[in-house]
Write a protein of this length. Sequence first.
Length: 257
Amino acid sequence: MTLVHNLLRHRYALLLPCAALAGTTFFFSPRHAQAAHSLITQFQGCPADGQTGPVAAPTVLPTPFALAAPLPAGLTLYASQDLAAVGPVGWHCLQLYGSSGTFLMLRPEAFPQSDRAALEAQTNGPGIQLSSTFGTTSGRFDVARTVARAFPNYQAYVQSVIQEGIEPASHFPSGPYPDDQITREGDRDVAFTTPPHTTGFGTESRLIANNSPIQGLLHLTTAHDLMALQVRLPPSQSHLTQTIIEQTRKLNADFGR
């Protein structure tokens, strides 16, 4: 078993029970997922790179990822072993992983094969990032920074991280970014839009601010892990943004934990 699977094994122990118990239109029981799985006949496998080295792209769609209906024209499914996202046809994908968590990046340009610094470079163009950051490992500092801004009912978690004394309280400013447009969907879910040329939840990613907005979702799990999705499409494809957000949310059961 690779480290990327070791790092995420606690998720798979919970994945199918959570999907079965969610009871919403966003998630599917194992029985429904098995039936829906056959609807996805094509997908793009995403390689991974990280703490223990490269991991080959899956050649068969990993079992947890399924949708209840075919995707609209112009969109396809991108999947690593651990995360899956919907994006425009013809893009490229890569998962990066480590002790702090894992994220899946989609973009129109190909990723380099060997230069790790280039693999981790930011982009000022179109892109989609789906990330899962662990709240009990080295990822807790990034999780706490987002919780301080996005989830007012969970400030006790932020204080517990500050009280470790590793990072000062000034690294965890409270309250939403002033320019972001946010919609709360319960106390652990936030939908947001970061406007062009501003800093916000959208730029808490590899996406650098430019002339286009970044839209997405934040979800704090009951284990204090953070699921985040940031989407920025070319203007000619911006009408697909909400479909990408909704379908990617359906694919990843951690959005319901």
